[in-house]
Write a protein that binds this ligand. Structure first.
Ligand SMILES: Cc1cc2nc3c(=O)[nH]c(=O)nc-3n(C[C@H](O)[C@H](O)[C@H](O)COP(=O)(O)OP(=O)(O)OC[C@H]3O[C@@H](n4cnc5c(N)ncnc54)[C@H](O)[C@@H]3O)c2cc1C
Length: 417
């Protein structure tokens, strides 16, 4: 079975590794850029994604890439704690959560693909333009510096991100991603380590928010590399969804004046950033099919979502493992692709919609609505069990409630190591 994957992001590369692990090794990844550089700042790999990477034999490497958060804590804009919960192993999962640099994770996956599938398994400088559907095989059409290239395949996977060319071919009227009026400013900074040195914090509400998590353990001098996302409703901001748009930190520091908590100095963190990247909070409406002929979508191409809940990369990894499982265990390709879509499309559709309602971060919105000036006791703001229910129901929807994840069957096909 010949498989062509368009896009060497986290989704495309994990798909190649998953197919290879499932016994399908005629797999080539075609990437638009001519050189894959370590772009992006931090992302979180939740325990459901770390499980899949561990079952691909990459767990030890992933652990070396970043920090395993012990705790997730939500605060209001006055720095008062709304909710805190243990994460990863501390929460009883069999696998940790790991906060990593996106670029380092992508680089590790790229090395693993080249090592396991061969140096030629990732071809850069190939931009997918269209897919032609044949009776028995589909044809992927690429633009390259040397002219057009056509590649026949039994299955073509569009893992080409939020601006997917393959998705545009199937849905030509969809237009650009949808913006919800919030703008994100992402950066990393070396700052004094805060709280226990392994806590992911979110402070604020639906109008303005600050998220931070460490990407390195504290150094002997007490500082650590911290990833942050500053977010505000900002109708005048640039709406183009370009991951690499750098902006001046000054105005963003200004926006957060007054967010100096005794456990974290937010303006100081923003001011210490080497670079700030601006990105609008965008997603796309869920679509009613991913598969056409022998071609399907995966990752952000299939279900771009808001980052609430930190699930974008993790869901792409789940897609990859699920697709490989179906292709390896179902002899008929059409049925295998239908099985993949049936497993993944409803689940990710629910998540896209839940993230529009702020996902688990809705506790910050509710706290602001009910107690905009703060509270003496959080028990006066939320009913008994309400906060725990919100946290648990998001984990169930996203496939990482510890009870379900720890006990569900592996996505490694039977008989494979
Ligand atoms: C440069 C970059 C930086 C990012 N930074 C962050 C970040 O800091 N924080 C965060 O949470 N998320 C970030 N993301 C998004 C995050 O990686 C994804 O949400 C998530 O990992 C799902 O991955 P994906 O593989 O589906 O898509 P992506 O990671 O977007 O990967 C898609 C890949 O497809 C390639 N591609 C696009 N069009 C074509 C085409 N026509 N033909 C062939 N290849 C194509 C792209 O170059 C890219 O390598 C970034 C994405 C990119 C591309």
């Amino acid at each position: 079975m010949t498989i062509v994957i368009a896009g060497a992001g986290i989704g495309g590369l994990t798909t190649a590794l998953s197919l290879h692990a499932a016994g399908i090794s005629d797999v080539t990844v075609y990437e638009r850029v001519s050189e894959l550089r370590p772009l992006g700042v931090g992302i979180n790999l939740l325990p459901h994604a770390v499980r899949e990477l561990t079952e691909l034999g990459l767990g030890d490497l992933v652990a070396t890439l970043g920090v395993a958060p012990s705790t997730l804590a939500y605060f209001n804009r006055h720095g008062q704690q709304i909710w805190t919960e243990p994460r990863g192993l501390e929460a009883g999962y069999r696998w940790p959560q790991v906060s990593v640099y996106r670029g380092r994770l992508q680089g590790m996956l790229l090395d693993a693909v080249r090592e396991r599938l061969g140096a030629d398994a990732v071809r850069t400088g190939h931009s997918l333009t269209a897919v032609e559907h044949g009776d028995h095989r589909d044809i992927a059409c690429f633009d390259t510096a040397d002219g057009p290239v056509r590649v026949e395949a039994d299955v073509i996977v569009g893992a080409d991100g939020i601006h997917s060319a393959l998705r545009r071919q199937r849905h030509p009227d969809e237009g650009p991603p949808k913006w919800n009026g919030l703008t994100l400013w992402r950066g990393t900074a070396r700052v004094p380590s805060y709280l226990d040195g392994r806590t992911m914090i979110m402070a604020g509400d639906g109008q303005q928010k600050f998220v931070a998590y460490p990407l390195s353990p504290p150094d002997p001098d007490g500082t650590a590399r911290v990833n942050f996302i500053a977010e505000r409703r900002d109708d005048g901001a640039q709406q183009t969804a370009d991951w690499n748009r750098a902006v001046d930190p000054g105005p963003i520091v200004e926006m957060f004046t007054g967010w100096r908590f005794d456990w974290l100095d937010v303006p100081a963190v923003i001011a210490a950033a080497e670079q700030i990247l601006e990105y609008p909070m965008v997603d796309r409406d869920p679509i009613d099919s991913w598969t056409h002929g022998r071609t399907t979508l995966l990752g952000d191409a299939a279900h771009p979502m808001y980052p609430n809940g930190s699930n974008g990369a993790s869901q792409a990894i789940l897609d990859a493992r699920t697709l490989a499982w179906h292709l390896a265990t179902t002899p008929d390709i059409a049925r295998a692709l239908a099985g993949y879509e049936a497993d993944r499309r409803p689940a990710t559709t629910a998540l896209v919609l839940s993230n529009r309602r702020q996902g688990p971060e809705q506790v910050m919105v509710l706290a602001h609505e009910r107690a905009p000036d703060g509270f003496a006791d959080i028990g006066d703001v939320f009913g008994p069990g309400e906060l725990a229910d919100i946290a648990a129901s998001y984990k169930r929807a996203a496939g990482f409630h510890p009870d379900a994840l720890n006990s569900r069957a592996s996505l490694t096909p039977p008989g494979r190591p």
